[in-house]
Write a protein that binds this ligand. Structure first.
Ligand code: GLN
Ligand code: ZN
Length: 745
């Protein structure tokens, strides 16, 4: 029996609870203060809340199995039995095996964590080898389905699809295992059908990136096979984050009953759909409401796009463009936002209403839809910033040639070969966090707070001097977060009280909202940096977050090109660099850890992105004198695809995560002719392990094969804020001693 898909749905909903109840529950379980039953009870309550919310909003197709104890890729790995041997053999119960895969235990390091497409959500990377034995474990999906059914709510279980699962896995050619994995999915689908499931959602977002013809054939073949199952739910293949291009006709060429298209991030999906001709017997699930940003939808424009789809398919449903996992839960929890701003916003709960309204409008054609929000109010415009942007010339993004800069910098800084430094932050102790919280709450006054932070800066400077580092940092004790800190001080940004979004596991972030023209009210970092510099003769690095990273970790306005917003941020940073320089700071580091992360998924879009990203960085950093040394820092990823852009940043020194990849990035840099300073990380700060002296020496010797000593810097992979002081002291001692040994002192 077939049931219709419904008119309106979401591809997923936040699972953290309205007040991050989920975070508190899992962390209590990890700490041993909540037992498994207690954890399950809280999970059960949170799921029920979500389903009831969606039902009461009159959404008519409700997803389930979107809840997760940690991550949905990990859930899928468990559902198909892909538990690596090192975890299976620990002999732990199901839940603890699951958390061991997520977080690691002494005997078994965790699965790798990496960014979910171009978002700031991180998934755990499944490990699939030729000898991985798949087995169907539909228990979680069945359990959630049954729980909702007991509440009188019919749901559509969601799983990551088999092709995307393998394309995102690592191991020895995982995709070669597609046929085997499809057998396992077939068993899962059969079990779901046995339980009365009418629709299942299989997510295949991997096909909005460039895929080979063989990978597209794999998709077609997988869904033909699943489609031919005699006893199965109807299949909805969801795609999101972009255009399907050639994968769309392949998917249409299978018996699946519904296909989801992202009509917000996708620009050619509609055209490709039209080119495929009228679709008989298939539902198109039109992703018309942006699942990744927090702006209200222009419903009138969306309904027009929806009407186009209605002309192309038998059945059309409206949905969010992707899971609502990526936006905060509920705007009604925000009480201190500027009303002009909140009137323009929609969080997950509000987006559900938009989807429902659009579904109705498409069906009835008569529903009156609210007008789109008006253009930004005059108070958010800064004509001076706009004027500066309009007057920019190419020379504003250009410094003198590197060799002459380098000579003047060396004259001024007189650094040894292989200078030692760190990336910026020092441990964020509980005591520091408390002081910041007390200051926010008003129980610690400004003077008390400044004194506390200065004392910390002084300790960090003294420690670095004792350890013998060459270029010092102030330690960033005053920063909660490298983006929020700047967002709070710049015009055009707003912070939310409760706008949390899951980043990975129990970790949530609260991205600021860039809603208006960005401008700097006053200097943001100069007082801290100059105080630190006043304590020592060695150079102290000024420490800023770059424009690309600020945009990547914020919700950004969509009424002007990203490039313009990036340049506005860059101008504020440019002024900050000048102020630092005037105050006597000789080295300024502008961090861009997110440069790789927001790289567009399709190659054709990458050049335009890298052009504006590099341009904004250069605008931020080119206003200083030749003898001011600009550093940048990159981490979190493999850099192969952005290596020429890293060169184009034209920073004097680039520190870059490298310890896990064994310095490979240096060969990549050498291959493209990178000729400036580079500090490949020689200490993996993501682990509590202290790198032994000989290991650092080896790493540096390896590095010297690709980079001459006069351009090689010695530093950790990233900031030290998550480490403890004993780890930091021991590790940095090894770093400094290793540098001395390799220099031949
Ligand atoms: N300067 C920052 C720190 O040290 C850089 C953090 C990052 O790269 N993510 O914490
Ligand atoms: Zn880093």
């Amino acid at each position: 029996m077939t049931t219709s898909f419904g008119q309106s749905t979401v591809l997923g909903y936040p699972r953290i609870g309205a007040h991050r109840e989920w975070k508190r529950a899992v962390e209590a379980y990890w700490a041993g203060t909540l037992d498994a039953t207690g954890l399950e009870d809280i999970a059960t309550g949170l799921r029920a809340d979500v389903w009831r919310t969606l039902r009461d909003a009159r959404l008519d197709a409700i997803p389930s199995n979107t809840f997760s104890y940690y991550d949905h890729m990990l859930d899928t790995a468990v559902a198909v039995g892909a538990v690596p041997h090192r975890f299976a053999r620990l002999g732990l119960g199901q839940l603890d095996t699951y958390f061991a895969m997520a977080r690691g235990v002494d005997a078994a390091p965790a699965l790798e964590l990496t960014k979910w497409f171009d978002t700031n959500y991180h998934y755990l990377v499944p490990e699939i080898d030729p000898d991985t034995v798949f087995a169907a474990h539909p228990e979680k999906a069945l359990g959630e389905y049954a729980q909702a059914r007991d509440l009188g709510i019919t749901t559509r279980p969601v799983l990551v699809g088999p092709a995307t699962f393998l394309l995102l896995a690592k191991g020895d050619n995982p995709f070669a295992r597609l046929d085997d994995l499809v057998d396992t999915y077939a068993r899962i689908l059969t079990a779901l059908a046995d339980a009365g499931v009418a629709w299942v959602q299989l997510d295949e977002p991997a096909y909005v990136a460039d895929r080979s013809p063989a990978e597209i054939d794999g998709l077609r073949h997988a869904y033909r096979r699943l489609g031919e199952l005699p006893h199965r739910p109807q299949i909805f293949v969801a795609t999101y984050f972009g255009d399907l291009d050639d994968a769309l006709p392949a998917l249409l060429d299978t018996p699946v009953e519904a296909i989801g298209l992202d009509l917000v991030a996708g620009r050619s999906n509609l055209r490709r759909l039209a080119a495929a001709g009228p679709l008989r017997g298939k539902t198109v699930v039109a992703g018309l409401v942006d699942g990744r940003n927090i702006w209200r939808t222009d419903l009138r424009a969306a309904v027009t796009a929806g009407a186009t789809v209605v002309g192309l398919a038998d059945q059309v449903a409206v949905s969010t463009s992707c899971s609502l996992l990526h936006v905060p839960v509920d705007l009604s929890a925000e009480t201190s936002l500027d009303p002009e701003l909140s009137a323009r916003l929609a969080f997950a709960r509000q987006k559900v209403d938009e989807v429902v309204l659009l579904g109705r409008a498409l069906r009835d054609g008569t529903t009156t839809l609210p007008a789109p929000p008006p253009p930004i109010p005059a108070a958010w415009r800064h004509d001076d910033v706009r004027g500066r942007l309009a007057a920019l010339r190419p020379t504003d993004r250009q410094r003198a040639d590197y060799p002459s800069r380098a000579a003047r910098q060396q004259e001024r800084l007189a650094l040894p070969d292989l200078p030692t430094t760190t990336i910026g932050s020092f441990p964020q102790t509980t005591e520091l966090r408390r002081a910041r919280a007390a200051h926010r709450a008003g129980t610690l006054d400004d003077a008390g707070y400044t004194a506390r932070m200065r004392a910390e800066v002084e300790q960090v400077i003294r420690l670095q001097e004792r350890l013998g580092l060459d270029v010092l940092v102030h330690g960033e004790p005053e920063r909660n977060d490298m983006v929020q800190y700047f967002g709070e001080q710049l015009d055009g940004f707003a912070a939310t009280d409760n706008g949390w979004v899951q980043s990975y596991g129990s970790r949530c972030v609260r991205p600021p909202i860039i809603h208006g023209d960005v401008s700097r009210r006053a200097s943001m970092t100069v007082a801290w940096s100059t105080y630190a510099q006043s304590l020592t003769d060695r150079p102290v690095k000024g420490m800023l977050t770059g424009p690309v990273t600020i945009l990547a970790w914020s919700f950004v306005r969509t009424d002007q090109p990203l490039a313009d917003t990036a340049d506005q941020v860059a101008l504020a940073l440019r002024d900050e660099c000048r102020d630092l320089e005037t105050a006597g700071i000789r080295i300024i580091q502008v961090d861009e850890p997110a440069l790789r992360e927001t790289l567009p998924l399709r190659r054709v879009d990458q050049k335009a992105y890298l052009d504006w990203a590099v341009g904004a960085f250069r605008l931020a950093t080119s206003g200083v004198a030749d003898d001011t040394q600009i550093h940048t820092h990159l981490c979190y990823s493999e850099f192969g695809e952005v290596i020429t852009a890293i060169d184009a940043l034209d920073a004097d020194v680039t520190s870059i995560e490298a310890s896990r990849s064994k310095m490979e990035v240096l060969d990549d840099l050498a291959a493209i002719g990178y000729r400036r300073g580079v500090g490949p990380g020689v200490w993996d700060i993501h682990s509590p392990r202290i790198p032994p002296h000989h290991e650092v020496v080896d790493a540096l010797r390896r590095a010297l094969a690709a980079v001459p000593a006069r351009r090689l810097w010695v530093n950790p992979d990233c900031g030290l804020k998550t480490r403890t002081y004993p780890e930091v002291e021991a590790s940095l001692r090894h770093l400094v001693a290793a540098a001395a040994e390799v220099r031949g002192n």
